[in-house]
Design a protein around this ligand. Structure first.
Ligand code: ADP
Ligand code: GLC
Length: 523
C-alpha cells in the first residue's frame, strides 16, 4: 500500500504525483496487489473510477474519517480515499497552500490523519486487505512508520524521500494529537529514539528514524543528502540511518509521455522520423505568440517557479540571452513565486515574438511544450530526481540542466569543447543526451545555453543527440524491479522475525499493542 498526498491524475502539484501513480501502475504489471491511500480531496473523488464506501475510521488526529475504495483510471491499481471533508474538501486543486501561498493552518491535522489512517490499515481493518508492505512517500505520510510500530503492525515500512526541503516540522506540543508519547519528543541529544528536530516535531525525521527501509529518487541525491549543502539540516539524522538508505532513479509513464501516440500534440513523431516535431514546433510558436520560424532555436522552460528551480537566476539570464542570440526564442510554462511570475510577464511584454510566458498550471500545454521545443532549460539548486528532463528527452528536446541529483544521473553530458561536423560520430557525442552545468549564477546559465546553441547550429550533430535522448530507456521496468527487490528483502525479514516488530531501542513495556481497529460499515 502506497501512502501519499498526491497521485496523478487524482491530485498533483509536481513530480511526486506522477511518480506515485506511474510506479504503482508499473508494479501492478508485476502481478502485485497495489493500492494507494490518498486524502479524499474533491479533485480525487472527481477523477477516480467507481468509488464505493468501505466504512469509518474513528478518532484519527483530525477527527473521524470515512474510507472509500475506488479504482485508478486506466490502471489496475486500487485507490483508498480518506474522506475527511473538513480537512480535504472545498480547496480545489490547492493541495497544501491557500491562494496567497500560505500553508494551510490545519496541515498538521491533515497529514497526521493520513499517516494514522495508514497505520490503522496496516494493523488490519475490516473490508481492506491488510498490506504486507506500506510504502510512504514524502513528509505528508512521514508519521506512518512510527505509528505502525506503536500500533504493533506486522507490515514492513519503506519511506521514500522525494524532496528533503519539505519536512513537516511542527510544534512539539502537537504530539499528543498524533498519539506520539512524550518521551519521543525529548531533546534528540539525550534521546536517540526522539523525533524532536531543532525544537520541533518532524514528520521527516520520524520517517527517517522509524522506517524499516529508506529510499530516495536518484543515486546521486542519496549521496548528496548526507552532506550539509544538500541535507537541509537532516544530514546528521540521515547519516545515522544511512545503512538503510538506497537511491533508485525514477521512471516515467512512457505510454502517457510518448510522442508517437500523444493525442495532446500537433503531430506524432518518433526517433526515426522527426517530421512531426516540426509541426509541433510551429504549433508551439503560434500558441505562445512567437515568430513562426522553423530555424529559430526554441528554448522551453517548464517548472515550478521557485528558488529550487533557480527560476530567479534564469530570469536574470534571459535578457542577456535574448540580446546575444537574436534568433533564439523562449516559451515558459510555470507558476510559483509571485515576483518571478511578474518578472516573466514583464519579459514577455518587453520581447514580443521572442519570449512567451504562460503563467499557470496546464498539463496539456506541458506535453506541447516538450514536443515543440528544441531545448529544455532546466536549472536547479538541487533536484532529487526530476521528471521534466526525462519527458523532454523522450520528446527529442535536449536538456540543459544543473549537474545535481537526478539531473546528473539521467543526462549524459556532451563533450565540453566546441564540436565540428566531423565529431558527429565520436562516441562522446553518440552517447550524449544533453548538457550539464555547474554553478548557480546567471553567467553559468548563459554559458551552458551557449554550448547547446552551438551544437544546435550543426544539424547533423543535433540529430545524433536527439536520437540518443529519445532512445533513453526511462521506463519503470528497471527501477520497479529494484523496488521489488527491496520489498522482497523487507518481507523476507518480516517472515524471519520471531517476535512482533519493535522500534529499534524502543521499550515495548507500556506500549500496548493497539487493538485491531474495526471499520464500522456505513449505513
Ligand atoms: P518537481 O516535482 O520538483 O516539481 P519534476 O520534474 O519531478 O519536478 O516534476 C514536475 C512535474 O510537474 C512534471 O510532470 C511537470 O510537467 C509538471 N509541471 C510543473 N509545472 C507545471 C505547469 N506549470 N504546468 C503543467 N505541468 C507542470
Ligand atoms: C520531487 C522532486 C523531484 C522528483 C519528484 C518525484 O518533487 O523535487 O526532483 O522528480 O519529487 O520523485
Amino acid at each position: 500500500m502506497m501512502v501519499a498526498a498526491e497521485a496523478a491524475p487524482l491530485a498533483k502539484s509536481g513530480g511526486l504525483g506522477d511518480m506515485v501513480s506511474a510506479f504503482s501502475s508499473a508494479l501492478s504489471l508485476f502481478d502485485l496487489d497495489v493500492s494507494i491511500l490518498i486524502p479524499g480531496y474533491d479533485c480525487a473523488f472527481d477523477a477516480v473510477v467507481a468509488p464505493s464506501p468501505i466504512g469509518y475510521l474513528r478518532g484519527l488526529p483530525g477527527g473521524d474519517a470515512r474510507l472509500w475504495r475506488a479504482a485508478m483510471p486506466d490502471a489496475d491499481v486500487t485507490v483508498l480515499l480518506l474522506q475527511m471533508n473538513h480537512l480535504y474538501a472545498g480547496r480545489g486543486n490547492r493541495l497544501y497552500q491557500d491562494e496567497q501561498g500560505r500553508e494551510y493552518l490545519d496541515n498538521f491535522a491533515r497529514f497526521a490523519s493520513l499517516s494514522a489512517a495508514a497505520a490503522r490499515i496496516a494493523t488490519g481493518v475490516r473490508g481492506v486487505k491488510r498490506p504486507r508492505i506500506v510504502h510512504a512517500h514524502d513528509w505528508h505520510s512521514g508519521l506512518t512508520p512510527l505509528l505502525m510500530k506503536l500500533a504493533g503492525a506486522s507490515a514492513r515500512s519503506l519511506f521514500t524521500i522525494h524532496n528533503l526541503a519539505f519536512q513537516g516540522n511542527y510544534p512539539v506540543g502537537l504530539a499528543p494529537y498524533a498519539g506520539i508519547p512524550a518521551e519521543l519528543l525529548a531533546p534528540a541529544l539525550r534521546e536517540p529514539r526522539s523525533i524532536e528536530f531543532y525544537d520541533t516535531l518532524s514528520f521527516m525525521k520520524a520517517a527517517i528514524v522509524y522506517a524499516d527501509a529508506l529510499s530516495t529518487v536518484s543515486e546521486r541525491y542519496a549521496r548528496e543528502i548526507l552532506t550539509p549543502h544538500f541535507g537541509n539540516r537532516m544530514e546528521g539524522v540521515l547519516g545515522m540511518n544511512a545503512h538503510k538508505l538506497t537511491g533508485i532513479v525514477n521512471g516515467i509513464d512512457d505510454a502517457l509521455w510518448n510522442p508517437q501516440t500523444d493525442p495532446m500534440i500537433a503531430q506524432p513523431y518518433g526517433p526515426d522520423d522527426l517530421a512531426g516535431k516540426h509541426a509541433c514546433k510551429k504549433a508551439l510558436q503560434q500558441s505562445y505568440g512567437l515568430h513562426v520560424d522553423p530555424f529559430a532555436p526554441l528554448v522551453a522552460i517548464g517548472s515550478r517557479l521557485c528558488s529550487q528551480k533557480l527560476a530567479d537566476v534564469v530570469c536574470e539570464a534571459l535578457p542577456a540571452a535574448l540580446a546575444r542570440w537574436p534568433r533564439v526564442q523562449f516559451a515558459v510554462l510555470g507558476q510559483g513565486d509571485a515576483a518571478i511570475e511578474q518578472n516573466l510577464r514583464g519579459l514577455a511584454a518587453a520581447w514580443p515574438g521572442r519570449l512567451g510566458a504562460h503563467i499557470g498550471y496546464d498539463e496539456t500545454r506541458a506535453h506541447q511544450l516538450h514536443a515543440g521545443a528544441d531545448i529544455l532549460l532546466h536549472a536547479s539548486r538541487f533536484e532529487p530526481c526530476g521528471l521534466t528532463q526525462l519527458y523532454a528527452m523522450r520528446y527529442g528536446t535536449i536538456p540543459v540542466a544543473s549537474r545535481v541529483g537526478g539531473l546528473a544521473d539521467t543526462i549524459i553530458d556532451c563533450p565540453p569543447r566546441p564540436l565540428s561536423d566531423r565529431d558527429t560520430q565520436c562516441a562522446a557525442v553518440v552517447d550524449a543526451t544533453g548538457y550539464l552545468f555547474d554553478g548557480e549564477s546567471p553567467a553559468d546559465v548563459f554559458h551552458a545555453l551557449g554550448r547547446a546553441l552551438d551544437a544546435y547550429g550543426i544539424p547533423q550533430q543535433w540529430r545524433v543527440i536527439q536520437r540518443s535522448a529519445m532512445r533513453r530507456d526511462s521506463s519503470w521496468s528497471v527501477p520497479a524491479q529494484s523496488y521489488l527487490d527491496l520489498y522482497r528483502t523487507l518481507a523476507g525479514a518480516a517472515r524471519r522475525r520471531e517476535s512482533p516488530p519493535a522500534c529499534r531501542g524502543v521499550p515495548r513495556v507500556g506500549w500496548a499493542r493497539a487493538p485491531v481497529q474495526r471499520i464500522r460499515r456505513s449505513a
